[in-house]
Design a protein around this ligand. Sequence first.
Ligand code: NDP
Length: 283
Amino acid sequence: MAQVQGFLPLITGSFSSPAHDNPTVEIMEAAFRAGGVHARYLNCDVPAERLSGAVAGAVAQGWRGFNCSLPHKVAVMDLLDRLTDAASLIGAVNCVRIDDNELVGDNTDGRGFVASLREISDVPGSRVVVFGAGGAARAIAVELALAGAGSIEIVCRREEQGTAVAESVRRAAPRTVVGVTPWVHDFSVGSGIDVVVNATSVGLGDASARLAVDVGSLNSSMVVADVIPNPARTRFLREAAEAGCRTLDGRGMLVNQAAIAVHWWLGIQPDTTAMRARLDEVI
Ligand code: NDP
């Protein structure tokens, strides 16, 4: 565990833009309070052209590490010394650790999702449909494959994006069967599917936004998950719950990826109950 020296806090934080609507600072500081750790998490609005300066500043000031969110998840990779296997496979970094001036980049989004899915469902052998082929979809698909998912179908509007995600999945876990389906009309989910994931941005900040899915094709044997943390009860999850599905909202993913980062930076097992309670208070 990282040692605290007198009045000097351990410093961590986040670089993104915009940053004002990112609740991660509240979850992180709840973890530090609950763990009795003298640490701070600074939520910084850093525009794209200032990222290299912000990273150099973090190193100069002795930060333990930082998160990166939009628009820096890919650009930050050029500023790092090393990537974890997950970050290499996913092709994006959301978490950096500073080890004696060496910058190591990881991607914890997908592991955060898988950790929350495991709380309600078994992953090995599962048949999964993922909507979307952006950064979150790729992180989730890669980590589901590494966790032993049997098959993953990527459903997306831009086929070339879906193909790129499928290639990452094949590199991660050649035994997972992966396919890409163009998303043109309401998608009908096959009856043999175990887990359905909305990994698009549909629903962010809009509880009435509709995902183009035939909700009549959902059934009670399915787990339906959404990456959107705010509002947590998206229209897609509300309709899935009405269809009898077990549902998982984006708050669990957010808390779990933050917990993975705290452990990686500071060597403590954070109290995820306190983190989740604080998130529920602030959003
Ligand atoms: P990207 O911009 O990389 O990808 C967004 C994806 O959503 C693209 O595939 C895009 O398709 C698709 N999409 C957007 N609108 C529609 C639509 N109307 N119909 C179909 N597909 C659509 O974003 P990210 O992957 O980084 O993030 C996606 C969401 O995940 C965000 O809302 C973010 O808040 C959330 N997220 C949540 C996390 C958590 O911890 N809970 C962590 C990380 C992200 P196209 O390219 O065709 O536009």
